[in-house]
Design a protein around this ligand. Sequence first.
Ligand code: BES
Ligand code: ZN
Length: 643
Amino acid sequence: MRPVLLAAFALLAACGVTASNEQAKEGTERMVAPVLTGEDARDPHSFARPEVARVTHVALDLDADFEARRMAGTATLDLQAADGARRIILDSRGLEIEAVTDADGRPLEWALGPADEAKGQPLTVDIGPSPGSEQAVRQIRIRYRSAPGAAALQWLTPAQTAGGEHPYLFSQGQPTLNRTWIPTQDSPGIRQTWEARITAPEPLKVVMSGERLTPEGEPAGQGRRAFRFRMDHPVAPYLIAIAAGDLAFRELGPRTGVWTEPSMLDEAARELADTERMMEASERLYGPYRWGRYDLIVLPPAFPYGGMENPTLTFLTPTFIAGDKSLVGLVAHELAHSWSGNLVTNAIWPDSWLNEGFTSYFENRIMEAIYGPERAAQEAALSWDSMEAAFEELGRDAPGTRLRGDDGPDEGSSGIVYDKGAIFLRTVEHIVGRERFDAYLRSYFDRHAFQPMTSARFLADLRANLVRGDADLEQRLMLDQWVYQPGLPENAARPDPAAFAEVDEAARAFAASGAARSVPYGGWNTAERLRFLNALPRELPRARLAELDATFDLTRSANAETLFAWLQLALANRYQPAVPVAERFLLSMGRRKFVAPLFETLWDEGEWGRPIARRLYARARPTYHSVTTGTVDETLGHQADSS
Ligand code: BES
Ligand code: ZN
């Protein structure tokens, strides 16, 4: 491995670009993915200096301690280092480090540097040759435990699960949280293969975002079982994920299946019935699925996101279950990340539109393939609305409306990163034609599989392989304006005005004092209902809200998205009958996308809303993940505690 490595480093140093695909080695030796070293790929959110020394492989051996709420054990890291490198810098946040040794157990010098609130602390380990040996250290073992309040981990009490009997654990790594339970270089541009052995008390099962080697677990003493996993493809470290609980599994198709608590299995499997077809559609679009199995886990409602694309095992909120598959765009989205995001990955977080914008575009293509062009056009129109909402909120020419951001790791507005990103790709598709653009995207995923990507490299690739010197095409695409400038370029592909013609007419009629009875809400699909609710005037008198509620039974909506849209409208108008429903909703799940805006709406309602917000948050906060409390704390001016 070593000569290849040196060649790679020489190349990196010489021209500041990545090693080519050939240098990512496959076979008996582990595959090592190159790191980009250009200025556009420098990660401000990691302490790592990969050009000096980098991690290539992580082996975890950890006990999940539900009493102490800690992961405890060892992480053994394989390293590559430039000649003469004496230190490797890892990322760590709140980890309690006990010891660092080399592979043979010889102690190594290490130090934790000053703490930064977001980045954590650099963990520097001495890897220079030890006295009496010329051999630099190429493997280190860290004995450590995570802090009870580790931001990536949520330890649920039995009461927070569907079964109510057993505790539960899940992790959320993106963007920079995995350093709270794994001491490694936590930068999306530093890909690593990994393996893990995790023990948990019986009867809990452990699942992770890699190949399962011990489906039933192995006895591990004292009423515990060990579960082993392996990921042989180099992945960005934010994609290492774990869940443990009372889990059951059901197959959905030959390569797909769903994990969840036993009592949730039927409804989860029903909602996810189209997953295998989605995979087939994705492969037809952009090439082979390269990760083996595609399973999903439907987590307890505390999960702070809609979904998270952990390789081989997408994590999902249960709030996507509506009973009619109307919210499975989420599944298409997380599946699409198996190409955009997991295969070709943003090298740094300011480039996250390369993950999320591509994925939102891809999601819509999957939806079109499975559910038809009408539903896809409607969802694309809703996405346009989200982009417009972001422009409204930020200002049309605000710096935050650039696709290539320069903010913190989790700062970009989703209306920009996801929706403007997708609309950019749809615009390119319309200009060059679908067939040609699909062929290009497929080749893009092939060329850059298992490698990091930056905005500049993507544009260079597009120019080399799609534009190919066609000056007229170059001019029509407005590529640099799309990626680097704020606002919306004039060539943007607009949504089909027919998508919601009937709905918009009905919303206008209702706004002009029409009766709710004459709105055909009951016959509409979820996209149409959402468009309608969001198109209504933001200020409505109590009687009009009551009319809407009574006619469409909004308060009892079983669909989390429409319930959310209704509650936003109702609370913004101080509609008291909505308060108990909001209370139930906010206490029943912790998905940030729903929780944070509802608290914000209440907060904005001053003397009416603030006492309600405070009262609800006092009860709900202990049930939320740190991702969600982090955002709501800011709105409510809550003093975050250490837990
Ligand atoms: N990768 C994201 C979730 C994420 C983004 C986690 C940024 C941490 C930081 C995931 O793929 C995602 O986009 N989820 C969306 C759903 C999607 C349909 C828009 C969500 O959770 O709402
Ligand atoms: Zn996503």
